[in-house]
Unconditional design. Structure first.
Length: 67
């Protein structure tokens, strides 16, 4: 059993993934240029899922990728 504040939890934090609403400005073979208050190039290898909800693109990425 792992305690919430165990040494293992501090040494191996969970990776958090989030859905982020973006506007795609440009796409290449390896990355997309997204606008989410700032323009940022996101490598396609870091995008785990993509969906279209209510005419808005959302991508599923690590929390640290987008900000």
């Amino acid at each position: 059993m792992f305690w919430p504040l165990s040494i293992y939890g501090l040494m191996h934090p969970k990776v958090k993934y989030i859905w982020v609403q973006i506007r795609i400005l440009h796409e290449t073979d390896k990355a997309i240029l997204a606008d989410n208050d700032i323009e940022i190039w996101i490598p396609k290898s870091r995008i785990h899922k993509i969906r279209l909800r209510n005419n808005i693109f959302e991508i599923y990425v690590k929390e640290s990728t987008v900000g």
